[in-house]
Design a protein around this ligand. Structure first.
Ligand SMILES: Cc1cc2nc3c(=O)[nH]c(=O)nc-3n(C[C@H](O)[C@H](O)[C@H](O)COP(=O)(O)O)c2cc1C
Length: 190
């Protein structure tokens, strides 16, 4: 059994929808256990993210998938507080060689969301992790990767209800990312 943790922040629920889709994709692969971990405001004390129990869950995972809304062209402050809290792991190298991937939801079709994914990629690289991109083109009939991103899964949602946005295509994109990371985890950790 391999464990994949999805750690994400969502302000108004759209990234939560994407996170659930990523989890569904990962869980569709046999012998994969999924932890779906939301970053909550209560985990941030005096501006610092503090939750050792969640950090332990991440430390014992085979792969970690990061998720954040795109806020002001980057990850949310809450997600950044979490990434800063991983600096101790930089020294202990506990995430070295774990698989990593990322997803984000922005309001605009672009919305500079690439920068949010790049922040996750840099975090993973500093931690010595192995980044898994989306591995899908937009050239398909089911709408997977309709926004044409490769570094991770992209979704779009402005102020619509979480029932309709991100849309089904974006959720399929999230599922594809989760499934790919799970399949890679099974191949990578023989
Ligand atoms: C503080 C803030 C900043 C935002 N900045 C951007 C942005 O830079 N680009 C963009 O396209 N959308 C931006 N948005 C829109 C969000 O990315 C979008 O609504 C997303 O679906 C929110 O995800 P959530 O419901 O998980 O919080 C911003 C929203 C907020 C609240």
């Amino acid at each position: 059994m391999k464990t994949i943790s999805i750690i994400y922040h969502s302000g108004s629920g759209h990234t939560t929808q994407m996170a659930k889709a990523v989890a569904q994709g990962a869980a569709s692969v046999k012998e994969i256990k999924v932890n779906l971990l939301a970053i909550e405001g209560s985990q941030i004390i005096n501006g610092r993210w503090q939750d050792e129990i969640v950090m332990e869950q991440l430390n014992s995972s085979d792969a970690i998938i990061f998720g954040s809304p795109t806020y002001m062209g980057s990850v949310s402050a809450q997600f950044k507080a979490f990434t800063d809290a991983t600096s101790a792991i930089y020294f202990s190298r506990q995430w070295q060689d774990k698989l990593a991937a990322g997803f984000t939801v922005s309001g605009s079709p672009s919305g500079d969301k690439m920068n949010a994914l790049m922040t996750m990629f840099i975090l993973a690289s500093q931690q010595g992790m192995i980044w898994v991109g989306l591995g899908e083109t937009p050239l398909n009939d089911n709408g997977i990767n309709r926004l044409g991103g490769y570094i991770g899964a992209m979704g779009q949602a402005m102020q619509e209800s979480v029932d309709v946005a991100p849309n089904d295509e974006d959720k399929l994109t999230g599922e594809a990312l989760g499934r790919r990371v799970a399949e890679m985890a099974r191949r990578f950790y023989q």
